[in-house]
Design a protein around this ligand. Structure first.
Ligand code: HEM
Ligand SMILES: N/C(=N/c1cccc(CO[C@@H]2CCNC2)c1)c1cccs1
Length: 361
C-alpha cells in the first residue's frame, strides 16, 4: 500500500523535541522550514542521523511496558536506511547480531532500515525475533521445540528449509522486500547460547535445556515524527524471568515445570503443595547461574525492578512523565517481592514509539 502521508504536526513536535533536548542541534526554525518544505514537495522527509539516533533512544524511553529503560541513552543506533533489498536486510541482521553479542557482553543496539515511503513499501522481517527456535507440529498436534514459533516454522518448511529436528533449532530469517521473499540461515557464530545447569543439582544439566543470549525483536515498527520504520530490529539483554518464568515454563511453550519438579522429587499431586512455585524458583536460579558463569549479560528481576524505579525518579526529576504499564512492568514471578509492585504508574502513550505492526494483509 502507499506509505501514508506524513503527519505534519507529528513532524513539527518531534523536531521541536529534538532541538529542546539537543541544544547543539542548531536553530529549530531553520530545520522546521526545511522539513515542512520537504513534506510539501515529497510527502515525507528525511531524518538527520542525529534525529534518527535521538528518536530511537526516546522511543525506548517512552516504552511503557519496558522495565529495562535506565540505560536508554546508551542505545547503539546502526543507520542502514539506504538498505532496502531482502538479501541486504538479512545480511545486516546477521551483522547486527555479531555487533550486539560480542563475547557475551551484550550491547543494546538497533538497526534502522529503509522507512515506508509514498509508493515504496519498506522491507519487513517476518520473524518475531532474529533468533527463534523452531516449533515442529506433529501428526498428533503436539509440537517439538517452541510452540510459539509453529507458524513461522511451517512457512520456512514450505519455502524449503529443513531443520535438524531438535527442540532448539534456530530458524532462518524470512525477509520480504520489493516483492521478493527470501530465507537466510543465521550463522552459528553469531548465535551465542547458554546450556542450563543448576549450582546445587547435578541432574539439572541432564534436562538438555539451553537458551540464546540475545533477545532481538524484529516485529515492531519504530515511529519517529510521523515517519514509520517498519524494519528496525532492536536488542537488549534478557531478564532471567523471561526465560525461566515464561519461555521454558509456560504450558504452551516448553512446559518444563513438571520436569523440574520431578527432578526435585516434589509432590505434584496438588497445586497447593506449591510444587510449581518451587520448580519456578529453581529453574530461574539455573538460568541466572548459567548465564553469569558463561559471562553472558543477564539481569534478575529484583535488580531490574530497582533500576527501573531509579530511572523513573530520574525522569520525574528531569520534568518528564515516565509512562509505565503495571501489568508488564511487574515481573511474571514473585511480583510483590519486587518494589515495582507496590505503586501505581501513568500509562500515557508518547511518541516517538515502538509499535506493534498491523498483521500482514
Ligand atoms: C537492556 C536491557 C533490557 C531489558 C532487561 C529489557 C526488559 C524488558 C522486558 C522484561 C520486557 C517485557 C517483555 C515480555 O514480557 O515479553 C520489555 C518490553 C519491551 N522493551 Fe525492554 N528491555 C531492555 C532493553 C530494551 C531496548 C534496547 C528496547 C528498544 C530499543 C526495548 C524496548 C521494549 C519494548 C518496546 C517493550 C514492549 C514490547 C511489547 O509491547 O511487546 N527494551 N523489556
Ligand atoms: N529483554 C527483552 N525482552 C523483550 C522485549 C520486548 C518484547 C519481548 C517479547 O515480547 C513478546 C510479546 C509479548 N511477550 C513476548 C521481549 C528485549 C528484547 C529486545 C530488547 S530488550
Amino acid at each position: 500500500e502507499r506509505g501514508e502521508e506524513i503527519d505534519r504536526r507529528e513532524a513539527e513536535d518531534f523536531i521541536r523535541l529534538h532541538h529542546a533536548e539537543n541544544p547543539g542541534a542548531g536553530p529549530v526554525d531553520l530545520r522546521l522550514r526545511e522539513v515542512l518544505s520537504e513534506i510539501d514537495q515529497t510527502g515525507t522527509y528525511t531524518h538527520t542521523t542525529s534525529e534518527l539516533t535521538f528518536g530511537a533512544r526516546v522511543a525506548w524511553r517512552n516504552s511503557s511496558r519496558c522495565i529495562g529503560r535506565l540505560y536508554w541513552k546508551s542505545l547503539q543506533v546502526r543507520d542502514r536506511r539506504h538498505i532496502d533489498t531482502a538479501d541486504c536486510v538479512a545480511e545486516e541482521c546477521v551483522e547486527h547480531l555479531r555487533a550486539a553479542t560480542g563475547k557475551g557482553r551484550i550491547r543494546p543496539t538497533i538497526t534502522v532500515f529503509a522507512p515506508d515511503r509514498p509508493g515504496e513499501r519498506a522491507p519487513r522481517i517476518l520473524n518475531d525475533q532474529l533468533i527463534r527456535y523452531a516449533g515442529y507440529t506433529r501428526e498428533d498436534g503436539s509440537v517439538l521445540g517452541d510452540p510459539a514459533n509453529a507458524e513461522i516454522t511451517r512457512r520456512a518448511l514450505r519455502m524449503g528449509w529443513r531443520g535438524e529436528g531438535t527442540r532448539f533449532d534456530v530458524l532462518p530469517l524470512v525477509v520480504e522486500a520489493k516483492g521478493a521473499l527470501i530465507m537466510r540461515e543465521v550463522p552459528d557464530e553469531v548465535v551465542l547460547e547458554v546450556p542450563l545447569r543448576h549450582p546445587a543439582f547435578p541432574w539439572f544439566a541432564g534436562l538438555g535445556l539451553k537458551w540464546h543470549a540475545v533477545p532481538a525483536i524484529s516485529n515492531m515498527s519504530l515511529e519517529i515524527g510521523g515517519v514509520t520504520y517498519p524494519c528496525a530490529p532492536f536488542n537488549g539483554w534478557y531478564m532471567g524471568t523471561e526465560i525461566g518464568a515464561r519461555n521454558l515454563a509456560d504450558r504452551d511453550r516448553y512446559d518444563q515445570l513438571p520436569v523440574v519438579a520431578e527432578g526435585l522429587g516434589l509432590d505434584t499431586s496438588h497445586d497447593r503443595t506449591l510444587w510449581r512455585d518451587q520448580a519456578l524458583v529453581e529453574l530461574n536460579v539455573a538460568v541466572l547461574h548459567s548465564f553469569a558463569e558463561d559471562g553472558v549479560t543477564i539481569t534478575d528481576h529484583h535488580t531490574e525492578a530497582r533500576r527501573f524505579l531509579t530511572h523513573l525518579e530520574r525522569e520525574e526529576r528531569s520534568g518528564r512523565v515516565c509512562p509505565a504499564d503495571w501489568s508488564w512492568i511487574v515481573p511474571p514471578m514473585s511480583g510483590a517481592a519486587t518494589p515495582v509492585f507496590h505503586r501505581y504508574y501513568d500509562d500515557v502513550a508518547l511518541t516517538p514509539a515502538y509499535v506493534h505492526r498491523p498483521p500482514l494483509a
